[in-house]
Design a protein around this ligand. Structure first.
Ligand code: ADP
Ligand code: NA
Length: 330
């Protein structure tokens, strides 16, 4: 039986990924690559929808790819490539933009939030059409499943609508994908502001745990994480967001249930609990960090791997794009 196809990706928007990307995406991808024929992209075309520095972008793209591999995505088994290396993404995005309603695109809540924060003149049209490029990413590979955070669910819904619309208008061309929404329990919050999602584009870095940070920096950030004055290690998202977040991280990295961890630390202070978590995180990150740095030490080899993978991706993508051109009359 042929495996179902999976597509996911992340923007190269920072030098390092953060623990939310690791738990919410990379760990799931690593598991899913056994069951699926998986395509994992570093979506650099998405990253240029906001102001960026070219030399830094190239570096961040390499670093992001290195972290995928270091975290266990195997480029010999999954297709791990850089989006801009496959020309079909931009080409299909153009065609899909011609069947997307202006109002339909305008209803995307992520765009509304981001553009409101930036102001209309600082917002690019590329940021507006971002979800159409994302639809192209997914549809090019005849994808069955798309693992995403719940903030991306609306974009996958748009992707499904565009696939169905294209198929109805021009004939059966695209597989209609399904989103796999990340568990609420896999959502990680900022260590200093535990009601905001941890993000690699956060303004303050004090509460962000970076995969490539030195061990001592990671340890300090955990020991300084915001908690509360109640003193008991107990999961309660509403009343104890800081402690609950630390419990989520602990549980995700050890595979132990939150209840078990609460029992282990019953009657002990936050200091002990944080030291325990610090040891867990450092033990998890250190080999990943070492491996990523090794890969980055040999950029020619990393580029070779990415190039082979981009060729593999292009083979699938070009076949879809050729069918699309044919159907549309191009
Ligand atoms: P970021 O906010 O760090 O820039 P993205 O929005 O680019 O992250 O998301 C990349 C992937 O990482 C997505 O699959 C997303 O669901 C996951 N992810 C990002 N932040 C978190 C988080 N705080 N907790 C869990 N998963 C996250
Ligand atoms: Na982001």
């Amino acid at each position: 039986m042929t495996k179902q196809r999976l597509y996911s990706g992340m923007q190269p928007s920072a030098d390092s990924l953060q623990i939310g990307n690791y738990i919410g995406a990379l760990l799931q991808w690593r598991t899913m690559q056994d069951e699926y024929d998986a395509f994992f992209s570093v979506v650099d075309l998405h990253a240029i929808t906001v102001p960026q520095d070219p030399a830094q972008l190239r570096e961040k793209t390499r670093r992001t790819a290195a972290q995928y591999i270091a975290a266990g995505i195997e480029p010999s088994r999954s297709t791990l490539y850089v989006q801009s290396h496959v020309r079909a993404h931009a080409e299909l995005a153009w065609i899909l933009s011609t069947i997307t309603g202006f109002g339909e695109a305008g209803r995307m809540t992520q765009f509304k939030d981001k553009s409101q924060r930036q102001g209309a003149d600082a917002t690019s049209v590329g940021l507006f059409t971002y979800p159409i490029l994302m639809a192209a990413d997914i549809l090019l590979y005849q994808t069955d499943v798309v693992p995403v955070g719940d903030d991306q669910k609306q974009h996958v819904e748009l992707t499904r609508d565009l696939a169905e619309r294209f198929n109805a208008r021009f004939g059966e061309t695209f597989r209609v994908p399904k989103p796999v929404i990340q568990q609420e329990t896999a959502r990680i919050y900022d260590l200093q502001e535990p009601t905001s999602k941890m993000s690699k584009s956060a303004e303050s870095q004090a509460g962000v745990l970076w995969l490539l940070d030195d061990t001592s920096v990671t340890a300090k950030k955990i020991m300084r994480a915001v908690t509360d004055s109640d003193g008991t290690v107990r999961y309660d998202r509403a009343e104890k967001p800081g402690v609950s977040n630390l419990l989520t991280i602990y549980s995700a990295l050890t595979g132990r249930s939150v209840g078990e961890i609460e029992d282990e630390y019953a009657g002990r202070g936050y200091g002990d609990f944080k030291k325990g978590l610090r040891d867990v995180v450092v033990a998890e990150f250190e080999p990943v960090r070492q491996r990523a740095l090794e890969l980055l030490d040999d950029p020619a080899e990393l580029d070779r791997v990415l190039s082979v993978n981009a060729d593999r991706a292009a083979e699938v993508a070009d076949a879809t794009l050729a069918a699309v051109y044919e159907r549309v009359g191009l």
